[in-house]
Design a binder for this molecule. Structure first.
Ligand code: PEP
Length: 253
């Protein structure tokens, strides 16, 4: 069975004290130890090491960065390298979140480079893709998402792409309270898997975890995650409330 993942994206939220409080609550979770389920917590960069320490005893909880840069080191003020993440024991990184694409002009060509450097330093990329409302209304979402995958991921060998997690996040559902229906999510996830299969074959397509993101909450997670091609979720707002996120973790298949 594919790894089922509850990924939290705190975005640019939480003071140090709030982050500590949230991490303490996750650290106190006692019953999340099954072999195919993990939680991945993408915290703001200043809290990466704190999160590592707080969750060190949790075998199935991992810490993620929300971004990394395309270079190893050098005069790139404010950026974080995959090599730094590796040196801190950070094992996941979000790549290409729609907010990075929108506010920081990240395009698929740049994201392909970020994917390469993350993989080079053995930090698992969670690659975000998904269409805007205008694209959905024009019924072009399948072509659009397939193109994002081709441009940012399909230069990878089969051995490399199985190390990537994909998160489908329709932009119209992020932070809006408007969730894709479970049928819409399944339809797109199946399309993503088919697109992977055409490029790499079914053995590869069958093992890549594809997460759904967009207003996942404690009360809709079970239904969304129960879809056969949905392998968990990437969760923004609801991940800032520990009890809510734990409910979402427990909704994994
Ligand atoms: C996200 O930030 O990736 C996200 C899906 O946010 P929200 O759950 O708040 O819609």
């Amino acid at each position: 069975m594919r790894t089922q993942i509850a990924a939290a994206n705190w975005k640019m939220n939480c003071t140090l004290q709030q982050a500590e409080d949230l991490l303490n609550k996750l650290s106190a979770v006692t019953d999340f130890n099954t072999s195919n389920k993990i939680a991945v917590i993408a915290v703001p960069a200043p809290y990466l090491l704190l999160a590592k320490q707080k969750l060190a005893h949790q075998a199935n909880m991992f810490v993620a960065a929300q971004n990394c840069y395309i270079k190893n080191y050098g005069a790139y003020t404010g950026e974080i390298s995959a090599e730094m993440l590796q040196s801190m024991g950070i094992s996941y990184v979000l790549i290409g979140h729609s907010e990075r694409r929108e506010y920081f002009n990240e395009n698929n060509a740049m994201l392909a480079e970020k994917i390469n450097i993350a993989l080079e330093y053995e930090v698992t990329p969670i690659f975000c893709c998904g269409e805007s409302l205008a694209i959905r209304e024009a019924d072009n979402q399948n072509e659009f998402v397939a193109q994002q995958l081709k441009d940012a991921l399909f230069h990878l060998s089969a051995a490399k792409i199985v190390k990537v997690v994909i998160a489908y996040e329709p932009i119209w559902a992020i932070g809006t309270g408007k969730t894709a229906s479970s049928a819409q999510a399944q339809e797109m996830h199946q399309h993503i898997r088919k697109t992977l299969e055409i490029q790499y074959g079914s053995a590869v397509a069958d093992v890549v975890s594809v997460l759904y993101g967009g207003s996942v909450k404690g009360n809709n997670a079970v239904e969304i995650f129960s879809q056969p091609d949905v392998d968990g979720g990437l969760v923004g707002g609801a991940s800032l409330i520990a009890e809510e996120f734990v409910t979402i973790m427990n909704a994994l298949k």
